[in-house]
Structure formats: structure tokens, C-alpha cells
Design a protein around this ligand. Sequence first.
Ligand code: KMH
Ligand code: ZN
Length: 309
Amino acid sequence: MDDKVIITCALTGGMTVPAQSAAIPITVDQIVEEGVRAARAGAAVLHIHVREEATGRPVADVELFERVLTGLKERTDAVLQPTTGGGRGMTIEQRGAIVPRFRPEMATLNAGSFNFGLFPIAQRELDLQPWEIEYLEGTRDYIFKNTFADVAYLSKLMAAAGTQPEIEIYDVGHLFNLRQLLKDGIVSPPFNLQFVLGVLGANMFEPDQLIHLLRTAERLFGTSNFTWSAAGVGYPGQFQVAALSLTLGGNIRVGLEDNLRHRRDAMAKANSDLVDKAVHLAALFDRTPASPEEARSYLRLKGSIDTDF
Ligand code: KMH
Ligand code: ZN
């Protein structure tokens, strides 16, 4: 994979509210259209959340997931990776329901609990709906709960469904959590890790932080026991993380779930703007986007045929 890079596009999600950008896909049709365009632009993996269609509020509605997953599967071969992280206010059962229902090739598995602060967004000059203010302000008292019991619960669902977890690591302690889960036989290598930097309450992006995460994973698990990708939250963090990940030989995640700008002075008009920029950046490092089939082989996925949607 030296000359390839797996680009994941996180299309929409619990990190943002609709008032921040008209480009954030809300309805099933919008999410599907955005996913198709992102895949055409070079994303091999589509990371998926759903939103209540009337309001844009992040929800864990299985019926909405079904419409998005089937809509995307009809039109793209990209790996479809639904979230089990969800958004504020969802129980672990609600978050995990997509796994036995759809038996996806891949789903996210968040490796630790932490504060998840979105409240600074409520201080900006935005035309926020009352629910958006409540959602953002409510994160002053929000813990993104991923206890050992939660991870074990989701991990068991994924093992039974043949779903490969993408393990989200936001801070170095999450790697030590993973080591304990490994010792307890709850997860097994090789792991697919996603280092996420820039969430208020976990780790911010500094080059040393990403390098420390990578070196710690190498030390704990051995270099051949995991693949990795990195995701930066916000701008310019999303592309700074991508550039460092490309430098270090990792894969990258971009998308409107985590960042709304594709240049300092320009909002992205679509997820594909962010994927386009990632493809151009990768080209500077002599890397071209992996195809969905190449991603499946590298990430050891079972294939889209063996899913229930
Ligand atoms: N938006 C990321 C910071 C998940 O969906 O499981 C969190 C995320 C986790 O994408
Ligand atoms: Zn997500």
C-alpha cells in the first residue's frame, strides 16, 4: 500500500449542527448523493451517521440507516461504515442496533469515554434553532460514554455479525484500554485504528501527539498488528493531520462530519470538495486513492455481499 492511500469520507454526523453550513447533508437523499459523489472523488470508505430529516438532529434511527445504506449500495461499491458512536443522548443499545440489523462490513468502535465539548460553537454568530443551542450547550455536561462494558458489548455484536471494527482512538489512554480489552479476549488483532485528533475533551492536534499515538500503538501491539488512519477535527486540523499521516505512511479521513472548510476562506460546498483536496494532497506524496476493493483487502473485510441490506 506504499503508493496507495485509503480515503475515508465522514459524510455527516454528531459533531456539527445544520446552522453551521448548508452543505451538511441531512435527508436520506442528500446523504446518499453526497456519498456517491465522495466515492467518485476517491473515497473508498464512507462513514455514516443519520439525521432526523425534518430538523437535522443526529439520531440513531435504524429505518433511516436502512434507507441510506441501501441507497448507497445501489449506487456505489464503496465500503459502507455506519457509526456506533452516534451522538449526544443515545444509549449504547441504540448506538449498537445497526450491527445485528445490517451486519455491515465495518463499523466504528470507540475505545474510551471522554468529555465531548461542542459548546464553543454555540458562542458563534450563527442562526441556531433552539434545539441546536440545547444540543451544543448540553455538551458542557456530556460524557461520550464508551466504558469497558460498552466496548465489550459492541465488540461482541460485531464479532457475531462478521463486522470489522474500526477502533477510534482519541487519546493515548485509549490504546491502553485496547491493550486491556485484548488481554481479556474481547478484541483481537490485527486492529484497524483511526486516530482522531481535535475533539475538545480529548486530544488536540499537534504533530507530536499523532506521532506519540502511532509509536505507542507500535510498541503495544507491534507494527504488523494494526493498520491506521488519522482524522483531524476542524480546519486547518483536518488537512494538517492528513499531511502528517501521509508523511508517516497512514491513511486519512476527511469529511463534513468533522470539518466544514476546504480553504481558510471558503466553506466546502460538498463532501467531495474535501475528498478532492485530500486526493491532491496525497498526490504530492506520490499516493493515489485505494479503490474499495483494495481497501477491503487491506482492512480484511468480508465483502459487501455478506451484509444484510
Ligand atoms: N466525529 C468523530 C469525532 C463515531 O462515529 O463512531 C467521532 C466519530 C465516532 O466519528
Ligand atoms: Zn462518526
